[in-house]
Design a binder for this molecule. Structure first.
Ligand code: ADP
Length: 406
């Protein structure tokens, strides 16, 4: 009997030692995994079958501001928007998780953009565990935002630089009405000093003064519209209208440079989906480049045409109608080896201080932003031609009213 008690006691002690050892092993594994998780720069979340978070690493808690899970439980629904929670749940349950972009809700309610991966595991004793690993993308988004802001600023600066280039022409355009106003106002004063009825002449002169003031104001208004900051909202824009506006604006510059303008616009509106001010900038740049390229030509000739043509849309792989605007000159032209380079930022062949080399790179970026593209053709010494293709905007036809059949 005593022997049996001793054996049983020995077995009990062995069992306790084994349990303790097992516990130690498990504790070591737990500490080990926790250390690994703590060292991860990504957010790690372990969820149970009901999508309650049962483990979260320090990185996650620090970035989202949530207290440790022992203090306050956390569920998937608290972490992401209902729509995203449903998608995540479905992908985990179907064990088919493709990497997705998500917005984690922090404790304060801010949104934290992340790239999320996930997987589901069933343990030996049948317990379902979902694992989510998220990469914090907020720095990337901040950087993208700063780059976009920088680009907007750059485009705006290049636009202002274009305005500067036109200053000579605009000065000339404004001097004319101002001189006329001065002349007619002096006439009025003289008429008032001399006796007799000059009311007819005064009326006429004052009317001319009013007309000239209106002309000067319209020049200033156009100038303002070119200098204003841009709304990025896209809307249907008629490229024919844009070209007419630019020509009106550059009239004086073209006249001063004795450039013959050959304008052949499509007889119907050439509408595209874009931002008016940006499109103005595209054609303003192309026309200004053409004017500069014709600086040493005896008979400079600028040809601008617009039309609708069917082109292959590389996104849909379908033939679709595009608006095609071509700006061609008979200037110095572009050697073949430079034709690709001219679209690179800061590439310029102009003298130091005259060209920024940004014009065409911005033009290209704007056109691509409206799903279009640019082609250039040139024979050095004979001129260059820039063709801008942008998908035509087609208004949906209103349904024909269904008349009653007789
Ligand atoms: P910038 O006008 O400040 O040089 P752009 O990006 O507008 O910058 O143009 C880059 C270069 O492309 C110009 O320096 C010039 O060499 C060439 N280029 C652009 N348009 C024409 C043109 N119509 N004819 C000849 N060369 C041109």
């Amino acid at each position: 009997m005593q022997r049996t008690i001793e054996i049983l006691e020995q077995q009990r002690q062995d069992l306790v030692i084994r349990v303790l050892k097992k516990h130690e092993e498990m504790e070591a594994t737990r500490i080990f995994t926790e250390r690994i998780l703590a060292g991860l720069s990504e957010f790690f979340l372990l969820l149970d079958k009901d999508f309650q978070v049962i483990q979260a690493n320090r990185e996650f808690l620090e970035h989202t501001g949530y207290p440790p899970l022992e203090e306050s439980p956390l569920s998937l629904d608290q972490l992401v928007e209902p729509g995203q929670a449903a998608t995540i749940r479905q992908m985990l349950t179907q064990e088919d998780f493709s990497e997705m972009e998500a917005q984690l809700r922090t404790r304060k309610g801010d949104r934290l953009p992340v790239k999320m991966r996930g997987s589901t595991h069933v343990t030996q004793n049948g317990r379902t565990l979902h694992m989510l690993i998220c990469t914090d993308c907020s720095e990337f988004f901040d950087l993208m935002f700063q780059i976009q802001e920088g680009q907007k600023q750059l485009i705006h600066s290049s636009r202002l630089a274009s305005l500067g280039e036109m200053a000579a022409g605009i000065g000339h355009e404004l001097t004319q009405p101002l001189n006329a106003i001065l002349l007619f106002a002096r006439n009025c004063l003289k008429a008032l000093d001399t006796p007799g009825d000059h009311s007819g002449m005064l009326r006429e002169n004052l009317q001319i003064i009013i007309d000239r003031v209106n002309k000067a104001s319209s020049i200033i208004a156009t100038l303002r519209s070119f200098g204003r900051k841009v709304e990025e909202e896209q809307a249907p824009v008629d490229l024919n209208e844009i070209i007419r506006k630019i020509i009106k604006f550059l009239e004086a510059q073209l006249r001063l440079s004795e450039i013959h303008l050959d304008l052949r616009l499509w007889d119907k509106p050439c509408e595209v989906l874009g931002v008016e001010v940006r499109l103005e900038q595209v054609f303003l740049n192309l026309v200004q480049n053409a004017v500069q390229a014709m600086g040493r030509v005896a008979k400079p000739r600028l040809t601008i045409t617009s039309r609708i043509t069917d082109c292959l849309n590389l996104t849909t792989m379908l033939k679709e109608p595009y608006v095609l605007v071509t700006v061609a000159d008979n200037g110095e032209g572009i050697p073949e080896e430079l034709q690709k380079k001219i679209f690179d930022p800061f590439f310029t062949t102009r003298e130091v201080g005259t060209g920024t080399g940004l014009g065409l790179s911005i033009v290209d970026r704007i056109v691509r932003g409206f799903s279009g593209y640019i082609e250039v053709e040139s024979v050095p010494g004979q001129g260059a031609s820039f063709s801008v293709y942008i998908p035509q905007y087609r208004r949906e036809k209103k349904a024909e009213p269904q008349g009653e059949r007789p």
